[in-house]
Design a binder for this molecule. Structure first.
Ligand SMILES: *[C@@H]1O[C@H](CO)[C@@H](O)[C@H](O)[C@H]1NC(C)=O
Ligand SMILES: *[C@@H]1O[C@H](CO)[C@@H](O)[C@H](O)[C@H]1NC(C)=O
Ligand SMILES: *[C@@H]1O[C@H](CO)[C@@H](O)[C@H](O)[C@H]1NC(C)=O
Ligand SMILES: *[C@@H]1O[C@H](CO)[C@@H](O)[C@H](O)[C@H]1NC(C)=O
Ligand SMILES: *[C@@H]1O[C@H](CO)[C@@H](O)[C@H](O)[C@H]1NC(C)=O
Length: 625
């Protein structure tokens, strides 16, 4: 007789085993579906990462009931990607500029795996100079002035400004120009008045002579103030003789009106400041006079005559030749001022260093060039604003080290080479026939980023916080002025001069001849203990590394089905490294597009003065030679 089962004293009908099995299977299927659908919600979406981000940019907390927006979530609701921004593509790189750029994975916002999330472009404050391109002069002099204007534009661009050259065209656009013509003025004053009318026509901003250059760090208080672009009063700088002014639109207009109305002074003055009554009491003063300007250098006629007499004589003997020499001097001062900002030297990152020599060779070469003493007509001279500097020739040469880890030190400049995971894989495996099995079974996840951020974050941290730190190092306000990140699959950009603000010595020979003082290896100091050099590959290994790199570049272009599969697998396995690579590539591309757009806008004004000649040489892949 079958056993009578009971529950709470009531009899339970016996169940046929087959129905029991169907019931259990149904429950199991239901349980799995429930688990999968609720899983994305049950992963906390922010706090664990928040700890690693800059407090200014903490990740927005998503409400609990919204499913994970990650593109990797297969149950994500279909959504339109955000609209494509203007000029946000260059070659294969695409980007989307947004305030929440510190999200670890761009695709969760852009909904496009190839579009990187970048910080908003900081609007550049215009800085104006005045150049009369219509005056007849000989071609040599014009060329020399063009070089000086180019140096001026490059230096201010690198400091985060938007340099603009004004010409008589802007002055004529000003309604007050007619009034100026009716006055009988000293020719020198007339030029200065035109300069002011041109500036007034543009509204607020900075007006300077093109022999005024920034010579200081980006974090200098005066340069930071100028970059912010919010001026209330009209300010001039004591001792800079009308070389540079900042002011609001209303204050500039008031000053110009006052100058044109001052009949007595207009008769005798030789420059704009001379037309202004400076004895007025404190409140109604036209100009505020600021005595602090350590970061601004003015190579005025007076300064050159006093400090660089050799060049002053050359200018008198032959203006064109003399100005070219002056341009060289300015460039060398800019370069050595940059060097002085990084007393710890240059760090060329070389993680997993055994087979990385070839991949980082261009970055290393760039580092070596940056560390050289610049070619200068007066090697022992100092910039006018820093009379007590130690000239490069007589100071200890800059260190160029190749450590494995990134260090966030404001006195150290970092040049990083960010490889695609495939490039990294073939170089570390040291063979080119890697396959999906090797990726899954033998390779580590995100090896590059893990090494780079090891000192910052230690081991045992996942990819997401590492990628956030990396993005900060590349693109934050602090990071962008203390590092440069390139990819080994592409040549170094041709326009790095614009990122540094001076012309980098390109093919100076490292012979140690006294003409261009290049410190020999014996004079180079040893890097500090925490900046260890990586091993350098033997010539045979170097050759093989070259072949592997070439293979990686080809792989980047190839689109066969097999290769697509391998690419998909390696990118999925190294999500954080792939994100870092795309980010670095897009950031570099965007800064180039920003500059080209500005060049495009500017080239039709002032007769195209200050533009680059087509002679600028590329950098090439230096490692090839
Ligand atoms: C992203 O780029 C890769 C390679 O360039 C391409 O194969 C893929 O289709 C792109 N994905 C999208 C969503 O455009
Ligand atoms: C510079 O000063 C010298 C002498 O003081 C003068 O002869 C020369 O004309 C000046 N040059 C300019 C461009 O003002
Ligand atoms: C580096 O240090 C500066 C302050 O010295 C800080 O503002 C910045 O966020 C740090 N960057 C990274 C990547 O840690
Ligand atoms: C440097 O460039 C000049 C002209 O472009 C060339 O004549 C010279 O040979 C180059 N020197 C080196 C070392 O490449
Ligand atoms: C920016 O976009 C415009 C049209 O959308 C195009 O004509 C221009 O060439 C682009 N500029 C750059 C630098 O890509």
């Amino acid at each position: 007789m079958p056993v009578q089962r009971s529950l709470f004293g009531k009899p339970v009908p016996a169940m046929v085993p087959r129905r029991m099995a169907v019931l259990l299977a149904t429950i199991a299927v239901f349980a799995v579906i429930t688990l999968v659908f609720t899983l994305p919600n049950s992963i906390p979406s922010g706090p664990s990462l928040g700890r690693f981000t800059d407090h200014k940019y903490t990740l927005p907390k998503l409400p609990k009931h919204i499913p994970s927006p990650s593109i990797l979530n297969p149950f994500r609701q279909a959504a339109h990607p955000p609209p494509v921004q203007k000029n946000s593509t260059s070659g294969e790189s695409k980007w989307f500029s947004n305030w929440n750029w510190l999200s670890p994975f761009s695709s969760s916002v852009t909904l496009d795996e190839n579009r990187s999330l970048l910080p908003m472009l900081i609007p550049r404050t215009p800085i104006y100079t005045y150049y009369d391109h219509t005056v007849e002069k000989d071609a040599g002099l014009k060329e020399a002035q063009n070089e000086l204007l180019l140096t001026w534009r490059r230096a201010w661009w690198a400091q985060g400004f938007k340099p603009i050259i004004l010409s008589p065209a802007e002055a004529m656009n000003n309604p007050l120009y007619v009034e100026l013509q009716t006055k009988n003025l000293n020719p020198q004053l007339k030029v200065d008045m035109s300069r002011w009318l041109a500036w007034e026509n543009m509204g607020s901003g900075i007006l300077c002579n093109y022999l005024v250059l920034p010579m200081g760090g980006q974090e200098d208080p005066l340069l930071t103030f100028m970059r912010n672009g919010k001026y209330i009063k009209l300010t001039r700088y004591a001792g800079l003789e009308g070389g540079i002014f900042v002011g609001s639109s209303a204050a500039i207009t008031a000053a110009v009106k006052e100058a044109l109305g001052n009949k007595e002074r207009l008769k005798t003055a030789t420059d704009f400041i001379g037309t202004i009554n400076e004895e007025a009491d404190e409140d109604s003063k036209t100009f505020d006079v600021d005595p602090n300007h350590e970061s601004i250098a003015f190579y005025s006629n007076k300064t050159v005559t006093e400090k660089y007499p050799k060049i002053a004589q050359e200018i008198i003997a032959s203006p064109a030749k003399g100005l070219l020499t002056l341009n060289k001097l300015i460039n060398s001062h800019s370069h050595s001022t940059w060097q002085k900002r990084f007393p710890k030297g240059i760090s060329v990152l070389k993680p997993c260093p055994e087979h990385m020599s070839s991949a980082v060779a261009p970055a290393k070469k760039l580092g070596d060039f940056l560390a050289m003493c610049p070619e200068s007509p007066m090697p022992a001279s100092c910039p006018p604003n820093l009379p007590k500097c130690t000239p490069c020739v007589s100071s200890t040469p800059m260190v160029v080290a190749t450590p494995e880890n990134y260090k966030n030190t404001s006195t150290l400049f970092t040049i990083g080479t960010v490889p695609h995971p495939f490039t990294m894989a073939v170089l570390t495996a040291f063979r080119d026939n890697i396959d999906v099995r090797w990726i899954r079974r033998e390779s580590e996840r995100d090896p590059w980023l893990a090494k780079i951020t090891q000192v910052l974050l230690g081991t045992g941290v996942s990819g997401a916080p590492r990628v956030i730190k990396f993005k900060e190092a590349v693109a934050s306000e602090h990071g962008r002025y203390h590092s440069l990140w390139v990819t080994p699959e592409k040549e170094l950009p041709h326009d790095l001069d614009w990122a540094f603000g001076f012309s980098i010595p390109r093919n100076a020979t490292d012979t140690g001849k006294s003409e261009t003082p290049v410190p020999g290896p014996e004079r180079r100091p040893k890097p500090e203990a925490d900046l260890k050099d990586g091993p350098v590959a033997s010539p045979e290994d170097m050759k093989k590394e070259q072949e592997l790199l070439t293979r990686a570049v080809e792989f980047g272009r190839a689109r066969s089905e097999q290769e697509e599969k391998l690419r998909g697998a390696i990118e999925a396995w190294n999500l954080a490294d792939t994100e870092a690579w795309r980010f670095a590539r897009a950031f570099l591309a965007r800064s180039r597009v920003e500059r080209l757009k500005w060049e495009e806008e500017e080239k039709s004004y002032a007769g195209g003065a200050g533009s680059e000649r087509a002679t600028s040489e590329g950098w090439g892949r230096w490692g090839d030679k």
